[in-house]
Design a protein around this ligand. Structure first.
Ligand code: ATP
Length: 435
């Protein structure tokens, strides 16, 4: 499929089948904000749940859910108030606004929209959303919506160590919303203003950072394979020193091949002791770890893995989309990994006569897997509908089922069908889905 067409197809499929809608659509929409629909939220939750299980399923990684609005001092300490900004220019003629890196680097003075050479000199634009706490709207009440979830973890370092008695090395994982007033939102869910992050901060002794960097890079790339992302669409790119964030000693991006090219989905950063040292300085409270073996106190280094759940949901949908030809007709399929598929099994009665039995099977299976029951249209149409939303298995109940209790199970990817004894169905699906 042509890559530009693929993007258009994804946007339209997402809307039609209830994966993603534009936010506030009936009011004309709002830039850079999207709503996950009934199927999209299942995909997003499946991604988040699997990440959460992977992380907090480990003995030395614990979870956290910090508040979105924090003390503004946090963002002073982290450097966000001063330097979380993109240089931007305005066009005096057509009033459009651009990030410097989005301009044609050969023709840096020309407006990409109207073509006139009327761009202002670059100004730094802070990407944090501001709000006010309490009734007075002045500089003393300014607060920010967090632009990353990481800081909520750092400022809770002492609380977590004391309450859980975790020993370094250990990690704190968090999933939550982050907000960035991006200058240019683009490419559907790729760059948005409100999104979710899944971040894990791993606290380690200084001097072991290189080893842990390699370890987590390996772990994280493997994780994407576990959720079914094709190998050839993933790559890891080491960030050169001049492009690294101010806090990072080393950084690598895991990139996915979107229809518009390879782009970051996760950052792995060696943040050293930068953040905890800054919070110590700004808060006046020690953020140290006491090592019971060496009897020494030190500020741990932090190894961060940071994924955008929203951006990853988009990558997962791009990766799942396939088209093939069946009897001269195009078949659209979302080949989701069973872990990610929003609906695991669809149950159809072939005719009205099998409704009651099919309904019973649906009710039974739905206790274990997310199922759908569909009676409308020809069987062929019902299969296509499920292919389009990525349901791995369809179960059809027909006349023979009423006689001998067997049902037909159809595989989304091979379209192969198998007759299974009704009694064995649950076990059969459990093994196939392997959730
Ligand atoms: P970019 O260079 O794309 O702006 P970044 O390097 O600023 O990203 P990080 O601050 O490392 O990104 O954030 C970690 C992850 O959060 C990114 O890998 C991405 O998946 C996600 N993310 C960051 N900004 C956005 C956004 N505006 N919309 C959607 N996801 C985002």
């Amino acid at each position: 499929m042509d890559e530009r067409k693929k993007l258009e197809k994804i946007v339209s499929l997402c809307k039609q089948r209830g994966f993603v809608f534009q936010s506030s659509e009936i009011y004309g929409g709002i830039n850079g904000c999207y709503d996950f629909g009934p199927l999209g939220v299942e995909v997003l939750n499946n991604i988040k749940n699997y990440w959460w299980k992977t992380m907090t399923g480990q003995e030395n990684i614990v979870g956290l859910d910090a508040s979105i609005i924090m003390s503004p001092k946090v963002w002073e300490a982290s450097g966000h108030v001063k330097s979380f900004s993109d240089p931007m220019v305005d066009c005096r003629s057509c009033k459009a606004r651009f990030r410097i890196d989005d301009l044609d680097q050969q023709n840096i003075e020309q407006c990409p929209k109207c073509g006139k050479q009327e761009l202002t000199t670059p100004k730094n634009f802070n990407l944090m959303f501001q709000t006010h706490i309490g009734p007075s709207v002045d500089s003393s009440s300014v607060a920010y919506l967090r632009p990353e979830t990481a800081q909520g973890i750092y400022v809770n370092f002492n609380n977590v160590v004391k309450s859980t008695r975790q020993k370094v090395p250990f990690g704190i994982a968090q999933i939550g919303k982050a907000f960035r007033n991006e200058i240019n939102t683009k490419n559907f869910l790729f760059r948005v203003r409100e999104f979710e992050q899944m971040e894990m901060q791993y606290f380690i002794p200084p001097g072991t950072d290189e080893k842990w960097f390699e370890y987590w890079r390996e772990q994280r790339i493997n994780w994407y394979k576990e959720i079914g992302i094709a190998d050839e669409n993933l790559q890891v790119v080491e960030t050169p020193a001049e492009d690294r964030a101010h806090y990072a000693k080393r950084a690598a991006d895991i990139e996915y091949k979107f229809p518009f090219g390879f782009q970051e989905i996760e950052g792995i950063h060696n943040r050293t002791d930068y953040d905890l040292t800054k919070h110590q300085k700004f808060s006046g409270k020690k953020c140290e770890y006491f090592d019971p073996m060496t009897q020494k106190r030190y500020v741990p280094y932090i190894l961060e893995t940071s994924v955008g759940a929203t951006r990853l949901a988009f990558a997962v949908i791009c990766d799942a989309l396939h088209e093939d030809e069946v009897k001269g007709e195009v078949r659209t399929i979302l080949r989701f990994h069973p872990k990610i598929a929003p609906i695991k099994v669809a149950i159809f009665p072939l005719t009205k006569g099998e409704k009651e039995k099919a309904r019973k099977i649906y009710e039974e299976l739905n206790k274990q897997f997310k199922c759908i029951y569909d009676v409308s249209g020809s069987i062929g149409k019902r299969y296509r509908r499920q292919d389009e939303i990525g349901t791995p298995y369809c179960v059809t109940v027909d006349g023979q089922s009423l006689e001998d209790g067997t049902v037909t199970v159809r595989d989304r990817d091979t379209m192969g069908q198998e007759r299974i004894a009704g009694k064995a169905l649950k076990q059969y699906l459990a093994e196939k889905l392997n959730l």
